[in-house]
Ligand binder design. Structure first.
Ligand code: SAM
Length: 292
């Protein structure tokens, strides 16, 4: 068995050898615990018939575990300084492609076609840079890529919001946006001690499995998301009050909002956090004719 990259000593050796210092602005908190890595990769249910896409391979801690379990790994790294480091640390593996790019600007669909041809089971597995977790997840979901799902480490607080159910404090428009496309669940909570340097916040791993179809069928997706975001602008306010403020000319159209709520059988005095995604879908469809 090859020596793991993710031990405190090996990580320090690699960084010293390459004169590397971490860039906090890029969310560089490297994993230094092989047990956590095994657990994360275990949650992705990979086989040699699967391919993994990694965002931010860092010095290769997670990448090598993915390369051992999957048939192929495709990784996107923004920090040019890490490319020679990765070429060195990952030299024992011949099934890894690294693309030097900001994932938010990358043409991921094209990269999948070029690098992962023939793989039908593709999973995103990553220890995400915490300053951009939500934009990365939303990009990968909105681009409708041919992926089975995502297993990602992120801030525990964001993980709780993404996986939250109606009626809880953490439930909001982020929970809805992601659960609309995926079945999302908390997979692991992770102590700060497994990172170098340690982040300021607690971490967790979530698993999001893409639904064959979105959770609800709506007339217009953009409008649905506009309604869900608008319903949480002020969490303590009722759905009626929030919609009056958030929808275009909402104050003047109060009667129409009330009518749509009645048609959707939703009490106007409820708060957004109590509505299920199905109820939001129905409400958006009833409001749509009045606002389009
Ligand atoms: N995977 C490594 C590990 O677990 O030890 C490193 C994870 S570290 C939390 C995040 C990584 O994402 C860093 O390598 C950082 O340079 C990279 N990164 C930050 N922003 C990025 C972006 N927009 N696109 C691609 N990679 C990015």
């Amino acid at each position: 068995m090859m020596k793991d990259i993710a031990t405190p000593i090996r990580t320090q050796e690699i960084m010293a050898k390459h004169g590397l210092t971490v860039k906090k602005s890029l969310g560089q908190n490297f994993l230094i615990d092989p047990n956590i890595l095994r657990k994360i990769v275990g949650k992705a249910n990979l086989s040699k018939q699967s391919a993994a896409i990694e965002i931010g391979p860092g010095i290769g801690a997670l990448t090598e575990h993915l390369a051992r379990e999957a048939g192929k790994v495709l990784a996107f790294e923004i920090d040019q300084r890490l490319l020679p480091v990765l070429a060195d640390t990952l030299s024992p593996y011949d099934n890894i492609s690294i693309i030097h790019s900001d994932i938010l600007k990358a043409d991921v669909e094209k990269a999948i076609k070029e690098e992962l041809a023939g793989y039908e089971d593709i999973v995103v597995v990553a220890n995400l840079p915490y300053y951009v977790t939500t934009p990365i997840i939303m990009k990968l979901l909105l681009e409708k890529l041919p992926i089975r799902g995502l297993v990602v480490m992120l801030q525990k607080e964001v993980a709780e919001r993404i996986t939250a159910q109606p009626g809880t404090k953490a439930y909001g428009s982020l929970s809805i946006a992601i659960q609309y496309y995926t079945e999302a669940e908390m997979a692991l909570t992770v102590p700060k001690t497994v990172f170098m340097p340690q982040p300021n916040v607690d971490s967790a791993v979530i698993r999001m499995i893409k639904r064959p179809e979105p959770q609800v069928k709506v007339i217009n997706e953009d409008f649905f998301f506009q309604v869900t975001r608008g319903s949480f602008v002020q969490r303590r306010k009722t759905i009626l009050n929030n919609l009056q403020t958030a929808m275009p000319n909402g104050k003047e159209k109060k009667e129409l909002i009330l009518k749509a709520l009645e048609e959707a059988e939703i009490d106007p005095s409820r708060r957004g956090e109590t509505l299920s995604i199905k109820e939001f879908g129905l409400l958006a469809d009833k409001l749509y004719p009045y606002f389009s």
